[in-house]
Design a protein around this ligand. Structure first.
Ligand code: FE2
Ligand code: FE2
Length: 279
């Protein structure tokens, strides 16, 4: 078992979030940002340019004749999608590309991305402030699990095996093993990355829903994505539905709004494959 201070040491040795991700997101939130400026920032990163072009040329957009220039691709994709590509690839690119048998990365990325997308979309429906922060919060709510993968893969494997065996949530299995949890570790990383306080809170409260509505939103989106079996993040607790419904009520999400969200989400989530590919 590691002490919390030894975890903090490990986290501090992890890379910081690439500057380009910070710059692009910052500029995209500014009303004075121009498309050519964003396009220049993306072009300075080969990996990102490839992703943007890959998505623009995917069947989801089916642009006649295709596009071969980043600046043109941006017109088709729109700012929200570009922010999602930049952040997803920067966050995930900061970690190992290989998962372990007990914790494969592809389903984990799918889980994280789905929570981010659903949270952002729902934030717009509920007219919360800064819906793109909800995307980031949702995307990285479980980033603590990547820290475990990076620094203590055998401990991560033990957690997942215990969760599976006893049908527990990932968090309950961590608590049973009695070490710092992915919530504690994720929060430390968010501090290390100097992410805004709202995003730090989203990580800190994604299982308790305390604090404010934006945190409850991340908690709900996580439960909903788990309930729908979109991807996997090592959770094996079958009793999610009642907390999900309770959280939904707390958010004020009625069945009409939920139905509309579901249709929209289904369509948006089709992009996930193209955004996530290459990891
Ligand atoms: Fe979690
Ligand atoms: Fe999660």
């Amino acid at each position: 078992m590691s002490t919390h201070s030894s975890w903090i040491e490990k986290i501090q040795s992890l890379p910081v979030l690439p500057q380009i991700a910070m710059r692009v997101t910052e500029r995209m939130q500014s009303p004075t940002a121009t498309l050519s400026e964003i396009s220049d920032l993306i072009k300075s990163d080969v990996g990102l340019s490839t992703k943007v072009l890959r998505l623009a040329n995917s069947s989801y957009y089916s642009i006649p004749g295709g596009v071969s220039e980043v600046s043109k691709a941006l017109h088709y994709l729109g700012f929200t999608t570009i922010a999602q590509i930049v952040l997803t690839s920067s966050v995930f690119g900061s970690f190992k590309t290989q998962g372990i048998r007990e914790f494969p990365l592809a389903p984990f990325w799918m889980h994280s991305f789905a929570v981010g997308q659903l949270a952002e979309m729902t934030a717009r429906t509920l007219q919360l402030e800064n819906p793109s922060d909800s995307f980031v919060g949702g995307l990285i709510h479980d980033v603590g699990k990547l820290i475990l993968l990076e620094t203590a893969p055998e401990h991560l494997a033990r957690i997942v095996r215990l969760a599976k065996e006893k049908k527990l949530s990932f968090l309950a299995a961590e608590r049973e093993l009695g070490d710092s949890t992915h919530v504690d570790l994720g929060l430390e990383l968010a501090k290390h990355w100097k992410l805004p306080p709202g995003i730090q809170k989203a990580i800190q409260f994604h299982h308790s829903g305390l604090s404010d509505r934006s945190c409850t939103l991340i908690q709900w989106a996580n439960l909903r994505v788990n309930f729908r079996n979109l991807g996997n993040s090592g959770n094996h607790d079958p009793g999610l539905e009642s907390i999900m419904v309770e959280t939904q009520t707390r958010l004020g999400l009625g069945s009409r709004a939920l139905e509309a969200l579901e249709i929209h989400f289904q369509k948006e989530f089709e992009k996930a494959g193209a955004i996530l590919s290459g990891h």
